[in-house]
Design a protein around this ligand. Structure first.
Ligand code: PLP
Length: 376
């Protein structure tokens, strides 16, 4: 058996005809950039997330940048986020000329620890970016309460949480803005780069539409200095097809997580992902924690099982962010998670028999005595 970490071909096979006809329509209309395929997707995705506006952009990274810049975040400002996220969250802050400030994460959900938030706020703080990691939202209520009290914007990085929920509310519908990536491997993935910013604020939506298209409300009338961050028509068409399947794909991910849980929970050496009581996890990533991660990865690879690590190095310890002067030990929970988290194969088309094969391989490895100890 060969178990890939993710299998985009299997998903494509299941929707091949729908995709072919959607792409053909874009070609027939020559609607390559922006246009009706993008605007229709924007409407449908806004409705899916229960938001008034959605603006399609060229990537999740651009979405984060446009949301920050569109809210007026700039040089001299600080934006609070977490160190265990994809680098784009911090890059978007830096590209605005602002400074990323980190707070540590919760041990159970791997998302922002709201009880550490207040002490990270300074006079310069403008915004907070909680990251809905692995398919589970951050604990938004206390974050929103603090933000409202201190007059800060909240931008949700929902790039890993399409269709996830917090207290019955869709991810991306709670903060001032919700940013999504449609990178191919995400729960809702395009066939190239794409992203979106969702908001209920008309002024922010307008700013984002200006920023993504050279600051022009009308062709060659440039109100502000923008950039080229537009979404392709082909991506809009693909995303419209895939949005119809998102709920059922998320349910399959959840079913796969249940199977993993049943098979892995007897193994005391590993810590399994927890679904917080406040929401609905959509398992973009199924990450376990294990002390001897490298040994387990090597053993699984021998059995043709491919895993991932999200993320091996926290942002504050990346060379690119050395100038912040943050030392090892600054964010102990995030740092420990970066050492111990291992992402197992997870995608909707993954079969129960494949999950059993993965679980057997893990059990075999733990039994072999090569383990060093339990995750902390
Ligand atoms: C994927 C991802 C991004 C960046 O999205 P791109 O579309 O690749 O630019 C940002 N934040 C998080 C948490 C992500 O997982």
């Amino acid at each position: 058996m060969f178990i890939p970490f993710i299998d985009l071909k299997a998903q494509y096979e299941s929707i091949r005809d729908e995709i072919t006809s959607a792409l053909q329509q874009v070609l027939d209309h020559a609607g390559f950039i922006g246009g009706t395929f993008v605007s229709t997707f924007e409407r449908e995705f806004a409705a899916f997330c229960g938001r008034r506006y959605a603006a399609g952009v060229s990537s999740g990274t651009s979405a984060l940048w446009a949301a920050l810049h569109g809210l007026g975040v700039g040089p001299g400002d600080e934006v609070i986020t977490v160190p265990n996220t994809f680098i784009a969250t911090a890059e978007a802050i830096s590209r605005c000329g602002a400074k990323p400030v980190f707070v540590d994460i919760r041990e159970d959900t791997y998302t922002m620890n709201p009880s550490l938030l207040e002490s990270a706020i300074t006079k310069k703080t403008k915004a907070i970016i909680p990251v809905h990691l692995f398919g589970q939202t951050a604990d938004m209520q206390p974050i929103m309460d603090i933000a409202r009290r201190r007059g800060l914007y909240v931008i949700e990085d929902a790039s890993q949480a399409h269709g996830s929920e917090y207290m019955g509310r869709p991810a991306g519908s709670i903060g001032d803005a919700g940013c999504f990536s449609f990178y191919p491997g995400k729960n809702l993935g395009s066939y190239g780069d794409a992203g979106a910013v969702l908001t209920d604020r008309e002024d922010l939506d307008r700013n984002i539409r200006l920023l993504r298209d050279h600051g022009q409300p009308k062709k060659y009338r440039h109100e502000i200095i923008g950039w080229n961050d537009r979404m392709d028509g082909l991506q809009g068409a693909v995303l419209r097809v895939k949005l119809k399947h998102l709920q059922s794909w998320n349910e399959k991910r959840r079913r796969n997580a249940v199977i993993y849980h049943e098979l892995l929970s007897p193994m005391e050496e590993i810590i399994l992902p927890e679904e917080a009581g406040y929401g609905k996890h959509v398992y973009h990533i199924y990450a376990i924690r294990v002390r001897d991660r490298d040994g387990l990865i090597a053993a699984l690879l021998k059995d043709n099982i491919h895993c991932g690590i999200h993320y091996p190095v926290p942002i504050h310890l990346q060379k690119a962010y050395r100038h912040l002067g943050l030392k090892r030990g600054s964010f102990p929970v995030a740092e420990r998670c970066c050492r111990e988290l291992l992402s197992l194969p997870m995608f909707p088309e993954l079969k129960a028999s494949q999950i059993e094969y993965v679980a057997d391989a893990i059990r075999e490895y733990l039994r072999s005595g090569m383990r060093i100890g339990t995750a902390t």
